[in-house]
Design a protein around this ligand. Structure first.
Ligand code: UN1
Length: 506
């Protein structure tokens, strides 16, 4: 692993004002990042404290003052240059993700590609931050709206997409004229350091400081500071629903804005009239990809009772082909879970499902023959009312649920607290339209004949209910990173009032 080319050292500072030197954190606690597959000790990171946090906020405030006045297409130019470096380092960044987080190399590379795609999108967006014009009800008046930058955006990311989720937020925020303070997961700090190093190179080459900033620290300390800080008007947080509820309350209590992208409990409905050549690989990729640790991972599959045995047998046969092991090896399809706690979460969920009457059809154990946090992907025949089926377990556990008719399947599909991603597999236009209609899936993402995970960046990404309601990435998600201003300009020589009000001064 060529960590040097990404600027990762044996001991790393965990704080940086972008475009300046890494801040000395040597007086603080340090954390070790281990590879979840090999359990290798990769590197140490010295974390930030409150004084460092305060310096970073001051530098960000200062940077914002000039960044907000730079024309948006010029801001896009900076993102373009970052995208060139991402292309150049794609292979090593993808490998680092795989090594530190545990997803397979192809998915690690895919995550870097997602950043590149987002960068390209943001560059185009920098020329398309459009506002509307309205016709004023008053003569010789012009009305329009414009979008201004918000200020500092706090970006809190999870371990499972240790680079791309930052990019979704940071690139959009930057072209919108905001500056970013990133607090990554303590489980994947090196991915963040590598990305910060790339940003630093581009910032230095262009003479900018403080646009992209990094602070690695504990939730109870740095996380708490960021969410409570009135100088940070927007917090974009990705992670568990539990975390999101805390963030929403803290930010809400100061009337700040949030973009929350939280847990999913994503389901696929397999219609009787579906193409099983698509269904089986889509379910396996959705459930086993990233070892079930995507927020979009497939967790529940609804199968018509007439096809239950056929489909469950096909799935078991496909699962037998999933090679588990070193995520960096090209033929591996499933790597490790992130840590021991995740393995315990997996084992407890399986025990729980079985105690509620579930039937284990495949897997269910920790892989003791391998050194790291490896488990077998599990398939469980379950019923949708089981408490455990309603929860998001961040692990490769797939619940298969029988249904008798489509209306019941859609109802049970929606009968969970989360609402991120969903799919139907069907060739029946009535059922696919029903699934996509207002009475259909209640999720932020609803697909036909593709799985629940692996969304493209061009769409708005996020979901409803306990998923938090936020939208990141494509479409018009950028609007959440800006403040809208309505402008009315009077170019007449009179002062007519709206709504026909007369207010005659003698
Ligand atoms: C996440 O797991 O937090 O749709 C993000 C997907 C990826 C992003 C997942 N594009 O699976």
């Amino acid at each position: 692993m060529n960590l040097e080319s990404l600027g990762i050292k044996k001991i790393n500072s965990g704080a940086c004002i972008g475009g300046k030197k890494w801040i000395d954190c040597s007086k603080n606690k340090s954390f070790t990042s281990y590879s979840p597959g090999s359990l290798d000790r990769i590197s140490d990171v010295q974390i930030a404290d409150k004084a460092i946090y305060s310096d970073i906020v001051l530098a960000s405030q200062k940077a914002f003052k000039s960044w907000r006045m730079l024309p948006a297409p010029k801001r896009g130019e900076l993102i373009y240059q970052i995208s060139l470096k991402l292309r150049q380092h794609k292979d090593s960044l993808g490998s680092l993700i795989s090594y530190e987080m545990g997803k397979i190399k192809s998915e690690g590379d895919g995550e870097v590609q997602e950043m590149i795609d987002l960068a390209d999108f943001a560059v185009g967006l920098s020329r398309q931050l459009y506002g509307l014009t309205m016709h004023s009800e008053r003569p010789n008046h012009r009305m329009y709206e414009q979008w201004h930058p918000l200020g500092i955006v706090g970006v809190i990311t999870a371990f499972n997409f240790p680079m791309a989720v930052w990019a979704w937020n940071a690139f959009i925020a930057a072209v919108c004229g905001d500056v970013v303070i990133w607090k990554p997961s303590l489980k994947t700090p090196l991915c963040a350091i590598a990305v910060q190093n790339i940003c630093n190179e581009v910032l230095i080459e262009n003479g900018y400081k403080g646009i992209f900033n990094l602070i690695i620290g504990e939730d109870s300390n740095i996380g708490e500071e960021i969410v409570s800080d009135r100088r940070i008007p927007l917090i974009s947080a990705t992670g568990s629903t539990k975390m999101g509820k805390i963030v929403a309350q803290k930010v809400g209590s100061r009337l700040g804005k949030t973009i929350l992208e939280l847990g999913g409990n994503n389901g696929i409905i397999v219609d009787e009239d579906s193409n099983l050549d698509l269904v089986i690989p889509a379910i396996v990729f959705g459930a086993v990809g990233t070892a079930g640790q995507r927020c979009t991972s497939t967790r529940r599959v609804f199968i018509h009772k007439n096809q239950f045995n056929l489909i469950s047998n096909k799935l078991v046969a496909a699962y037998k082909q999933v090679k588990i092991g070193d995520p960096l090896l090209p033929d591996t399809l499933m790597g490790p879970l992130i840590d021991k706690d995740a393995v315990n979460g997996y084992l407890n969920a399986i025990e729980n499902a079985l105690s509620q009457g579930g039937e284990l059809l495949y897997g269910g154990s920790k892989l003791e023959s391998l050194k790291g946090s490896f488990v077998e992907p599990a398939i469980i025949k379950a019923e949708s009312h089981f408490e455990i089926v309603k929860q998001e377990t961040f692990a490769p556990i797939l619940y298969l649920i029988e249904y008798e008719n489509m209306d019941e399947a859609i109802k049970e599909h929606n009968n969970v607290s989360q609402g991120l991603s969903s799919s139907i597999f069907t060739n029946n236009v009535i059922n696919s339209e029903k699934f996509l209609s207002a009475m259909g899936s209640d999720c932020g993402i609803a697909n036909v004949n593709i799985g629940t995970s692996g969304a493209e960046i061009g769409g708005a990404f996020g979901g409803e209910k306990d998923t938090g309601g936020g939208r990141e990435s494509g479409s018009d998600s950028w609007k959440a990173y800006m403040r809208r201003q309505t402008n009315t300009v009077n170019w007449s020589l009179d002062l007519p009032l709206a709504q026909g009000i007369k207010f005659n001064l003698e």
